[in-house]
Design a protein around this ligand. Structure first.
Ligand SMILES: NC(=O)c1ccc[n+]([C@@H]2O[C@H](COP(=O)([O-])OP(=O)(O)OC[C@H]3O[C@@H](n4cnc5c(N)ncnc54)[C@H](OP(=O)(O)O)[C@@H]3O)[C@@H](O)[C@H]2O)c1
Length: 281
């Protein structure tokens, strides 16, 4: 095993967070597994000398600092923060209630913002640490119906991490974004996905087919979260963790398609794009 590290994982009572906690424990690390209900952690992971479960709703800006304090009290430090907690507000933009759109941003953009803000003073004091944030392929490309709120939050977290990286690099702190494709977790179950209430006839037919398609995917996603968790533990241990990790063959395709699209878009109006400076510039 490489050096023993202290992991802090959000949303670790079910889904991918449980697999990451298990993989980190198996690799010999200490784990602070946080969840809205810490009992769900104990149900999923049992008791372990190197495991501390802590209540943490990532949307509560005041809740993260006590959880970080509990981590340092128990294990003396914090090495790898995993911003994992997530949910899916699904629906056509015009049909999604504003409060549901906002709740997506609260969970998957402000959640990582809240927890990272609380963790950074400890990481900075140590002059080391890794902030790993589980984004999505929807943070690279918003390709398909029902994705506006989710992709807005995931694109947001991409910008947050990319912008944070140079600010904290001088303190030995690194950031890593993970963009999973489809993984077989509980994300598409009613516990995690909320569908917008249909209200506009123009969308009715597409709503029926899109809801059926998303529901049909639940439990059949190709990605194995245990394998992803193992990969993340491995990458957290390398000298230079990647700034982005395309998780799954489908994610690699999304990266390649988006890169190609951006290059084509940069080129499409190159003359006009490059003609916008002041004459004296
Ligand atoms: N599975 C995929 O295909 C996929 C693809 C791309 C990205 N992702 C991302 O992967 C991450 C993990 O999702 P998952 O696939 O494991 O989904 P999941 O099985 O539905 O698990 C979601 C987890 O997040 C927790 N959570 C939700 N809101 C929270 C809050 N306000 N505070 C604390 N915890 C909260 C849930 O806890 P509760 O039990 O309290 O609800 C649950 O533990 C998410 O960021 C998701 O967007 C997943």
């Amino acid at each position: 095993m490489s050096e023993k590290k202290v992991w802090f994982i959000t949303g670790a009572g079910r889904g991918l967070g449980v697999d990451i906690a298990k993989a980190a424990l198996v690799a010999g690390h200490a784990v602070v597994a946080t969840a809205r209900n810490a009992e769900s952690v104990t149900e999923a992971l049992g008791e372990h000398d190197d495991l501390l479960s802590v209540d943490l709703d990532v949307t509560d800006p005041a809740a993260a600092a006590p959880a970080v304090n509990a981590t340092v009290e128990r294990f003396g430090r914090l090495d790898v923060l995993v911003n994992n907690a997530g949910s899916f507000q699904a629906g056509f933009f015009e049909e999604m209630a504003p409060e549901n759109f906002r709740s997506q941003i609260e969970t998957t953009l402000f959640g990582p913002v809240n927890v990272t803000r609380a963790a950074l003073p400890q990481l900075r004091a140590q002059r080391s640490g890794l902030v790993m944030t589980i984004s999505s392929t929807a943070g690279i490309a918003a390709d398909g119906d029902f994705l506006t709120a989710y992709a807005a939050s995931k694109f947001g977290v991409e910008g947050f991490m990319e912008g944070l990286a140079p600010e904290v690099a001088p303190f030995g702190i690194r950031t890593m974004l993970v963009e999973p494709g489809f993984f077989r977790t509980e994300l598409l179950t009613p516990q995690s996905t909320q569908y917008a209430e249909p209200s506009i006839e123009d969308y009715a037919e597409r709503t029926t087919t899109t809801v059926a398609a998303w529901k049909g995917m639940d439990g059949k996603q190709g990605g194995d979260p245990a394998k992803l968790a193992g990969a993340l533990v491995r990458l957290a241990g390398v000298e230079e963790p990647p700034a982005r990790f395309a998780a799954g063959a489908d994610a690699v395709t999304t990266f390649e398609q988006k890169a190609g699209e951006l290059l084509a878009q940069a080129d499409a109006h190159r003359g006009l794009s490059t003609s916008l400076a002041h004459d004296d510039a």
